[in-house]
Design a protein around this ligand. Structure first.
Ligand code: PEP
Ligand code: MN
Length: 606
């Protein structure tokens, strides 16, 4: 029975993931990494049944094999575009791993995104650094996207799938696409579609006698890899190479790097045809030992024969074609993605079970601020019973005075989420800073950008990079065009799920809190395909005037209303003058049933 040495440092991968299976093959990465595909292929080809386990780094993988905690491993050593993977050779040397076979694997990278994603909307590309280097030309054509290095192609694809954000894509294999249910946004992304990587399959030097890698028959073509350094003098490299040439040994690869810490000396990575057991190779190695300053024989292994594995059968897409596809839309409009012509039928959002857009009239209700568990739960039940389908409530409040109630913060967010779950309603809450975006998005269904932040462009970009729907309120002194340009920021970062909201603007009129600009509704609906809501509460600021403005907003063609409701308005910690009682809200809801919404004819956009 094969004795396993428990791993040090708490690494118990083989105990937890494989039960009592005898043999294990390890690779660096997660499902879908090229290393896993290569290792799986090698084992299948040789009829070896061994479970494969992914480890976080090449070093951990090499340590596992060297310590006989794993019976086989795989190490990349070269890429046809980028060159030697020095870490690979160095680990082979340092851990004294025994190479048994070489595989050349076509690295046919595809740009993968979530369903519904489009190439022109991609803003971030995740990939292994080697892959980023292989795809340099493609990535420089994607000038609106940032490249983000990550551990391996499997992790890149997995993160894209988990995030669900159409603005984030991964460079990975078509296999990773099917594992993580991603779609191809571009094919053949490497600088040359013929590119491939070389991998070595390795085993421990002192291994279990039943390890099937010990009994692999040698194929016709063998290769040997070495690392050496030579004295720093004229002709020393030529002398070493002459040793090979004189023995009719065909060199396959030669690459040098500085020998750090050894002056101007250099280290050479060399591969050549032949097996260390062949008489001429054995003789050459003996001669090199005398000629070279240092020499590490990595070993001899079955060479890959024929074309690299994997095919690239679709004709490579011309770069110009790709660049045309990904160029920003050519338009004179300052908001090409938001304008009606980008989506003439109009955008329909699905938020939980709630639809938002043409033909729908969505009522969102709740307090200005979440104040307590009891307050938000009682309001949620009351508004839901009376016809609201979404729940609002501020947890981070933009208050004019720093001494006014600032909201309950994350506690308020949790309470709002709890009330949403209790009533089955999706939730809406305001994000004030970039660092709140991700955490808010993990708990709340719609991120509100408040009037005071409508032109906080960095915040707009941050919600644009997140997949959650955004409720964008019109700024206190913003024109309709400025509201549309603010929405464009969000769409241009890859998030198409935006709802515009008219909430009143500053005018000279001071009889009302703001002037609810209902004329913005038909204008926005004509200029943009995005849904338009109205917030009469902040628009008028006085409880008894909210009702007529709700009616007017529906009549003028709003897709929904945002209404503040409180169990006890005079006690509300913010916006008490405009909050409705539950009864007021019920009356308005009944009233609205009798109002017909104006269905705007589709008007061509100028
Ligand atoms: C709110 O909805 O409570 C709010 C603060 O809105 P606005 O940003 O429109 O003032
Ligand atoms: Mn408010």
């Amino acid at each position: 029975m094969h004795e396993r040495v428990p791993a040090e440092g708490g690494d118990s991968f083989f105990l937890s993931s494989k039960g009592n299976r005898d043999m294990t093959a390890v690779y660096q990465g997660v499902d879908g990494a090229y290393s896993q595909l290569v290792l799986g292929h090698f084992l299948r080809e040789h009829g070896i049944e061994m479970p494969t386990v992914g480890l976080p780094s090449f070093r951990e993988m090499a340590t596992a094999v060297a310590g006989s905690r794993a019976d086989a491993g795989v190490i990349p050593i070269e890429n046809a575009i980028v060159g030697t993977v020095r870490e690979g050779y160095d680990l082979l040397a340092e851990f004294d791993l025994v190479p048994v076979g070489e595989i050349q694997w076509r690295t046919d990278h595809r740009l993968l995104g979530v369903r519904g994603a489009e190439l022109r909307d991609v803003r971030e590309v995740l990939a292994h650094p080697l892959v980023l280097a292989e795809c340099g030309t493609f990535l420089s054509g994607l000038d609106h996207a940032r490249a983000i290095p990550c551990e391996d192609t499997g992790v890149a694809a997995r993160e894209v799938a988990r995030g669900g954000n159409p603005a984030i894509a991964a460079l990975a294999s078509p296999v990773a696409a099917s594992i993580y249910d991603l779609i191809e946004l571009a094919a053949h992304c490497s600088d040359d579609p013929r590119t491939y990587s070389r991998f070595l399959i390795v085993r421990p030097r002192h291994t279990n006698p039943s390890n099937p890698l010990l009994r692999l028959p040698k194929s016709g073509k063998r290769k040997t890899s070495l690392i050496f350094s030579v004295e720093e003098r004229t002709g020393s490299l030529a002398g070493a190479l002459a040793i090979l040439a004189e023995r009719k040994i065909n060199g396959d690869k030669l690459e040098s790097k500085p020998y750090l810490g050894h002056g101007t000396e250099r280290v050479f990575y060399v591969d050549f045809d032949g097996d260390a057991d062949d008489a001429n190779v054995a003789d050459a190695i003996a001669a090199l030992r005398t000629e070279c300053k240092t020499l590490t024989v990595i070993g001899s292994y079955d060479a890959h024969v024929g074309e690299p594995i994997g095919r690239n059968d679709d004709p490579p897409k011309a770069l110009v074609e790709l660049v045309r596809e990904i160029a920003p839309p050519v338009s004179d409009s300052p908001f090409p993605r938001v304008s009606r012509s980008a989506n003439p039928p109009g955008t329909m959002l699905q938020i939980g079970s709630v639809r938002v857009g043409d033909g729908e009239f969505t009522i969102v209700a709740g307090p200005c601020s979440v104040e307590s568990r009891e307050q938000i739960l009682s309001t949620a039940h009351a508004v839901s019973e009376r016809g609201a389908v979404m729940l609002r409530g501020g947890a981070f409040k933009p208050r004019t005075s720093p001494y006014a109630f600032q909201g309950l913060g994350w506690e308020g967010v949790s309470l709002l989420a709890e009330a949403g779950r209790a009533t089955g309603m999706p939730t809406v809450s305001e994000v004030m800073t970039i660092d709140q975006v991700e955490r808010m998005a993990s708990q709340i269904d719609v991120l509100q950008i408040g009037a005071r932040n409508m032109q906080n462009f960095d915040l707009l970009k941050a919600v644009g990079r997140c997949g959650r729907p955004v409720l964008l309120k019109r700024g206190l002194a913003a024109t309709i065009d400025e509201l549309l340009a603010a929405a464009e920021y969000i769409l241009s970062e890859g998030n198409p799920n935006v709802i515009l909201c008219e909430r009143g603007i500053r005018t000279y009129e001071n009889a009302t809190r703001n002037t609810l600009d209902l004329s913005a509704v038909p204008v926005l609906r004509e200029r943009s395909h995005l849904p338009v809501w109205v917030d009469p509460s902040h628009g008028v600021g006085v409880r008894r005037w909210v009702r007529p403005l709700c009616r007017a907003a529906k009549a003028v063609g709003a897709h929904g209303l945002l209404i503040e409701v409180h169990p006890n308005p005079p006690e509300a910690k913010s916006d008490k003058d405009q909050a409705l009682t539950f009864d007021d809200f019920g009356t308005i809801m009944r009233d609205l049933d009798r109002i017909e919404t104006w269905s705007h004819p589709q008007v061509p956009v100028s």
